[in-house]
Design a protein around this ligand. Structure first.
Ligand SMILES: C[S@@+](CC[C@H](N)C(=O)[O-])C[C@H]1O[C@@H](n2cnc3c(N)ncnc32)[C@H](O)[C@@H]1O
Length: 284
């Protein structure tokens, strides 16, 4: 069987709509593009093109996975973040658009300084999206990303070579900052911050497809911050910037931990929905 893109798109969008999936037309467009190695734009512009029976089978298999709740990014194995494409793997979090707030906050905070940072450390790097996005903005900087998951470190290395940043970063396996001795001008981190009891109530797209270690922040969601913040303080250069993502309602507790560690000029930064998503602070 062959079919025009337009017909496949309508037929499969209806299938997702009936299954209660949000944005079915967009999802099917992205899945057709991935399954047939076309640009998503071409799916709209050239919708009279005929798909072969093999292409249709591939698209149908992708749409079936979507119908069962798998996110589009997990099916295609890719996610766009800060305008760049990142590969995902089983050991990486699927980067969230809200985490772009950390990149924009880093840029606006460092704008106050005479010079861009010479060194950046990303703790709990996952796909490497925070570090690599900053390294495209500050191409002279030396970058280090660390994660406890070997699979995440291998994926971040692959993303770095695909993105061809001017300086290639170093990605290491490690438990927070315990294996590091250098100091950094910027330390950025999106640690796991969902309380253990909340994890099982998350959307199925998060619960089944993101690794638990990327989400689980312990009993009250703050376990990683308690360990990370003093370690970050000890690895910041004089006048260095710490940029942390926080979950809903965690800003007051995280601010207290930052003050207790001796960090200064603590500021919060909202995401595009107006929720506090990021906290910055400076080493004295
Ligand atoms: C919320 S994810 C953030 C991933 C990525 N930075 C992002 O924003 O998409 C947290 C990351 O911390 C890592 N992680 C968890 N415990 C860790 C530890 N003890 N030391 C280092 N990394 C850890 C997880 O493997 C995961 O990649």
């Amino acid at each position: 069987m062959t079919e025009a893109i337009r017909a496949t798109h309508s037929r499969l969008s209806l299938k997702l709509q009936i299954a209660g999936i949000d944005n079915p037309r967009l999802d099917v467009r992205l899945l057709i593009a991935a399954a047939t190695e076309r640009d998503p734009q071409d799916i709209l512009l050239h919708d009279s093109q005929i798909l072969s029976s093999q292409e249709i089978s591939r698209v149908e298999a992708y749409v079936e996975r979507r119908r069962c709740g798998e996110p589009v990014s997990r099916i295609t194995g890719e996610r766009e973040f800060w305008g760049l494409r990142y590969r995902l793997s089983a050991g990486t979090l699927d980067p969230r658009p809200d985490s772009e707030t950390l990149v924009s906050a880093s840029l606006s905070m460092m704008f106050q300084k005479a010079n861009p940072p010479e060194s950046i450390l990303d703790v709990g790097t996952g796909t490497g999206c925070l570090l690599l996005s900053l390294m495209t903005e500050w191409p002279e900087a030396r970058g280090v990303g660390i994660d406890i998951e070997l699979d995440a470190v291998l994926t971040a290395r692959q993303n770095a070579s695909l993105l061809k940043t001017a300086n290639q970063p170093t990605f290491l396996v490690g438990d927070w900052l315990s294996s590091l001795s250098d100091r950094y001008d910027v330390i950025i981190s999106n640690p796991p911050y969902v309380s253990s009891s909340e994890i099982d109530n998350l959307q199925r797209e998060v619960m089944f497809f993101d690794p638990r270690r990327a989400l689980d922040g312990g009993l009250d969601g703050l376990t990683a911050y308690r360990q990370l913040i003093p370690e970050c303080r000890d690895h910041l250069a004089i006048g260095g910037l710490l940029v942390l993502e926080v979950g809903a309602g965690q800003d007051r507790d995280v601010k207290k931990l930052l003050s207790a560690a001796g960090l200064e000029k603590i500021e919060v930064h909202p995401d595009l929905s107006g929720h506090i998503r990021c906290i910055t602070s400076w080493a004295p």
